[in-house]
Design a protein around this ligand. Structure first.
Ligand code: NDP
Length: 248
């Protein structure tokens, strides 16, 4: 018997990077995993195939977390498959630029995907979770949401917004047996950070006491804890997985 047997988890942005590692980890714990993606069905299907190969259960599900109508329709269909017990809001993008030059579109896209997307998905699952009097929600923020970063005002605002969203929802939903927590990763080796120039990566490494980038699996381990029964008395909290670069 695995600890998430009989539970269903939706992981937004589950097709690549951190989300992919979270999907594999939750499936290994016994959950049926819905692997959400927006533009890469090939990547989502690879995750599903890997889970099934390992003896787990998974479905790929396309929707844009930033589009209210798509989120509502998707969660309505997912509920026909099984009630959602676990939601991991992981989908995220960056559109970096200096504040004085930042186009409104870069601001809107980042806020809509990283912050509004989490709100829409939480809204979509919360009523059913309240009814079943059990639920786990984990929001993936970032070290940038706590420490700030020049050139990322939009991303930092979205990720800091997730902190307020998480803590407020934790207070609202606690009496119904639902915990709402977050993970704040530092610099993790994924497609998002692989595009950075070598000099930037070197500079970042110099600021990390543990002297390496993190792995998606490092973040997935924190999510695994937060959705487990061991974390039943933990809500409104953030686990920092950042090699010591920020101690919040
Ligand atoms: P990647 O760029 O590797 O993957 C992003 C994932 O999000 C993909 O699965 C992508 O789907 C999905 N996605 C993007 N936009 C949408 C959308 N509108 N609707 C649904 N899915 C979407 O990112 P990471 O794995 O690096 O990051 C995952 C999360 O962790 C993000 O929230 C990020 O901000 C956060 N984070 C990452 C850090 C890092 O160093 N990598 C550090 C701190 C936080 P598709 O494959 O279809 O494109």
């Amino acid at each position: 018997m695995k600890c998430l047997d009989g539970k269903t988890a939706v992981v937004t942005g589950g097709s690549r990077g951190i989300g992919r590692a979270v999907c594999l980890r939750l499936a290994a714990m016994g959950a049926l995993v819905v692997v959400n993606y927006v533009s890469r069905p090939d990547a989502a299907e690879e995750v599903v195939d890997k889970i099934v190969e390992n003896g787990g259960k998974a479905e790929a599900w396309q929707f844009n977390v930033a589009e209210s109508s798509e989120v509502m329709a998707a969660f309505k269909d997912i509920a026909k498959l099984a009630p959602v017990d676990i939601l991991v809001n992981n989908a995220g993008i960056t559109r970096d630029g200096l504040l004085a030059m930042m186009k409104e579109d870069a601001w809107d896209k980042v806020l809509d995907t990283n912050l509004k997307g989490a709100y829409l998905c939480m809204k979509a699952v919360s009523r059913a979770m309240m009814k079943s009097r059990w639920g786990r929600i984990v929001n993936i923020s970032s070290v940038i949401g706590f420490a700030g970063n020049g050139g990322q005002t939009n991303y930092a605002a979205a990720k800091a917004g997730l902190v307020g969203l998480t803590r407020s929802a934790a207070k609202e939903l606690a009496s119904r047996g639902i915990t709402v927590n977050g993970v704040a990763p530092g610099y993790i080796d994924t497609d998002m950070t692989r595009g950075l120039p070598e000099a930037v990566t070197e500079k970042i490494l110099a600021e990390i006491p543990l002297n390496s980038l993190g792995t998606p699996e490092d973040v997935a381990a924190a999510v695994a804890y937060l959705v487990s029964d061991d974390a039943g008395y933990v809500t409104g909290q953030f686990i920092h997985v950042n090699g010591g670069m920020f101690m919040g």
